[in-house]
Design a protein around this ligand. Structure first.
Ligand code: UD1
Length: 360
């Protein structure tokens, strides 16, 4: 195939998802150009993922950086539109639900270049989340929709999106399946004085949870309920807010809690896989723990990934201490657990089979 595909990524979760697609394109000799919008730019939010996942250097770096939604989205629109006009890709592939996803999809759609959305159809039905706006917008202007779990197809149909919808599973799990042994081999928990299966991993970065002092205090109350060591790689947004709200001392002095800098992919997934409990507000980690069969308590009231709840690995607690302690006490049999069949490590093959036939 000689049609050139644009792969657009900008934020940390995107990098994990583009890796297996790039392996698959390389295997099939499909020409592509990789565009990094620059939404995330710190070494540990971006480059470390390229290094550890073997992702090639981006062909183009838009350097948009941080800012309000309008500024960030607007910069991507301006920069990426100019690039697309010069490079004339045959298809633009976007991933997940970050601002870079929606902005790049909009460029493609306005310039009449087909857009493929990987991770289509997910809905939390919470319009307060910027990601939900990005998901809905991106799906409605995409030409090829790759869905991670069956319910996504129903959501798209309900919104009148009928054509080119394919349930393929989650490419992010392809990456995890590929790297899990390397990640475990690092025994990263030992570096932090932890015992395998004897600690909890905590992450939080959703604006609705971490931007206000009130909610940071609720998070502290929740963390106090956990009766084992807790390790907390701190997202820059969260670290900034903890400092701005004068709560650094309160977090650092919490017994059993260890705050560390954000980790690269292998270290982070090694830490997830070695834990016996994950507490998070991330979307992707809900799914990664469902693949690994690790109990995940999610500090949100909604999820766009209901299969994680049906599987029994995930529970939604919001910021309620009561819901959290109830979920913490609920039994979970990890021994007899099996992950959902679509999380099989082959989603990117299915994506590329369909994409090549779409492009003819
Ligand atoms: C973004 C995504 C979110 C995703 C998350 C993963 C949107 C709307 N949100 O949220 O869906 O789950 O990425 O991390 O796209 N910052 C740094 N260094 C960086 C990047 C960001 O310090 O390399 C700080 C800046 O202060 C910035 C803040 O983090 O203002 C927020 O970054 P931004 O990309 O706007 O959103 P995230 O919270 O990272």
């Amino acid at each position: 195939m000689n049609k050139k595909i644009h792969i657009v990524a900008g934020a940390r979760p995107n990098f994990v998802k583009i890796a297996p697609i790039i392996w698959e394109m390389d295997k099939r000799d499909i020409p592509y150009e990789l565009i990094h919008t620059g939404q995330h730019y710190d070494y540990e939010m971006s480059q470390v993922f390229f290094e550890q996942l073997g992702i090639p250097e981006p062909d183009f770096y838009l350097g948009v950086g941080s800012g309000g939604h309008g500024l960030q989205t607007g910069r991507i629109l301006i920069e990426y539109e100019a690039l697309v006009e010069r490079q004339t890709p045959s298809l633009i592939m976007v991933f997940g639900d970050v601002n870079s996803t929606m902005a790049a999809a909009l460029v493609g759609s306005k310039l009449h270049i087909p857009v493929a959305h990987i991770e289509a159809g997910l809905r939390s039905f919470d319009k307060g989340m910027p990601e939900e706006i990005n998901r809905v917008m991106t799906d409605h202007i995409s030409d090829l929709l790759f869905i991670t779990e069956a319910v996504g197809l129903r959501h798209l149909r309900n919104e009148g999106i009928e054509k080119n919808c394919h349930v393929v599973g989650d490419v992010m799990i392809d990456t995890l399946a590929h790297f899990i042994d390397n990640a475990l081999d690092l025994r990263i928990w030992e570096r932090f004085g932890l015992k395998s299966d004897g600690y909890c991993l905590f992450t939080a970065h959703r604006p609705s949870n971490v931007d206000s002092r009130e909610n940071l205090l609720k998070i502290l109350d929740i963390l106090k309920q956990i009766d084992m060591p807790v390790i907390f790689p701190v997202h820059p947004r969260t670290g900034n807010s903890i400092d701005r709200n004068g709560l650094r001392e309160d977090f650092e002095s919490l017994a059993g809690l260890k705050m560390i800098a954000p980790l690269g992919y292998l270290d982070f997934m090694g830490l997830v896989a070695g834990s016996c409990l994950v507490v998070t507000d991330s979307g992707g980690i809900q799914e990664e723990t469902t693949y690994l069969g690790i109990r995940c308590l999610t500090l949100r009231t909604t999820t766009e990934r209901p299969a994680t709840i049906e599987q029994g690995t995930n529970s939604l607690c919001g910021l309620s201490v009561k819901l959290f302690t109830e979920a913490l006490a609920a039994p979970f049999d990890s021994e007899s657990y099996t992950p959902p069949p679509l999380l099989d490590g082959h989603a990117s093959e299915r994506v590329m089979d369909i994409t090549t036939s779409f492009l003819g």
